[in-house]
Design a binder for this molecule. Structure first.
Ligand code: DGL
Length: 290
């Protein structure tokens, strides 16, 4: 008998706003679910931190999401998953915890040139989760894996990806360098990176580069869906419960979708504007403070 409430929310955690790229896939595939998002904006970026630091910050976030009564938690951060997934599962055995690892497997299986690149943080590239996939999938398929790291990518996304920034220029040049090396699959191994996927695809299209861009968002949403079904935890909201009311000054708005509860360890006006820009106007947000 399952004692977890199937209408409890799904928790998501990232060092910053990157995990929202995973949330977008989840919200699309599982629209009846409620979501609580924890962004550790006070400590972002995690990618340059040491493993102990990442582990401690991640366990704090998982603990907070657990206290919110989440039925399942997605560690929507490759860096955090690399150093804390195992421990989080050990500390919270009653919880279903899903972690992220760069989508190297589908990239290797799709590669014709047998050369792929993984773009990720230093922490993810040095972690054992990625090496496990290299050893079990890339090596047996004779595929070489180039690990690429630029410490400015996460801060660039957190800053709203200004196109005139040096990081954007470098990224364009790097794409050409990858193409010259014969790389035909580019794995976005950090949840911040799908937010510049369109930027990459535009450049690939403009320069006619024979390259595909892969990320984990869709597969993670499918995995979560499967886990909810297997554990009989899919939300079962009746029609009345599906209607959420939000009170504004002069009117009561009625919406059929539950809002995303967004908690950040540090707020400012820029963060609010960025979250709204990344999620689009139709998404309802409810900010949360401790
Ligand atoms: N979004 C995170 C990841 O997937 C980490 C970014 C960071 O804080 O360095 O790795």
């Amino acid at each position: 008998m399952n004692s977890i409430d199937c209408n409890a929310p799904i928790g998501l955690f990232d060092s910053g706003i990157g995990g929202l790229s995973v949330y977008l896939h989840l919200a699309q595939q599982l629209p009846a679910e409620r979501y609580v998002y924890y962004a550790d904006t006070l400590n972002v970026p995690y990618g340059n931190r040491d493993s102990k630091d990442i582990e401690a910050l991640t366990l704090m976030a998982v603990d907070w999401l657990c206290q919110q009564g989440c039925k399942l938690i997605v560690i929507a951060c490759n860096s955090a998953s690399a150093y804390a997934l195992e421990k989080a599962r050990r500390y919270y055995p009653q919880l279903i915890i899903v972690g992220l690892v760069p989508a190297l497997k589908p990239a290797v299986l799709a590669s014709k040139s047998r050369c792929v690149a993984v773009l990720a943080t230093k922490a993810t590239l040095n972690g054992s989760l990625l090496d496990e996939v290299i050893n079990s999938i890339a090596k047996p398929n004779n595929t070489s894996v180039i690990k690429y790291f630029d410490p400015h990518l996460v801060p660039w996304v957190e800053a709203g990806m200004p196109e005139q920034d040096e990081t954007a220029v470098r990224l364009r040049q790097q794409l050409q360098a990858f193409a010259k090396e014969g790389i035909d699959q580019l794995v976005l191994g950090c949840t911040h990176y799908p937010f510049f996927k369109t930027f990459l695809l535009d450049e690939i299209d403009k320069k006619q580069l024979p390259m595909q861009v892969v990320d984990s968002g869709q597969a993670i949403a499918e995995r979560v869906k499967q886990l909810l079904i297997t554990n009989q935890l899919s939300a079962v909201l009746d029609n009345e419960e599906k209607i959420y009311h939000s009170q504004t000054k002069n009117e009561t708005k009625v919406d059929i979708k539950p809002p995303l509860i967004f908690y950040a360890t540090k707020y400012d006006d820029k963060l609010t504007a960025l979250v709204e820009r990344l999620l689009g106007k139709n998404i309802r947000l409810q900010y949360y403070s401790k």
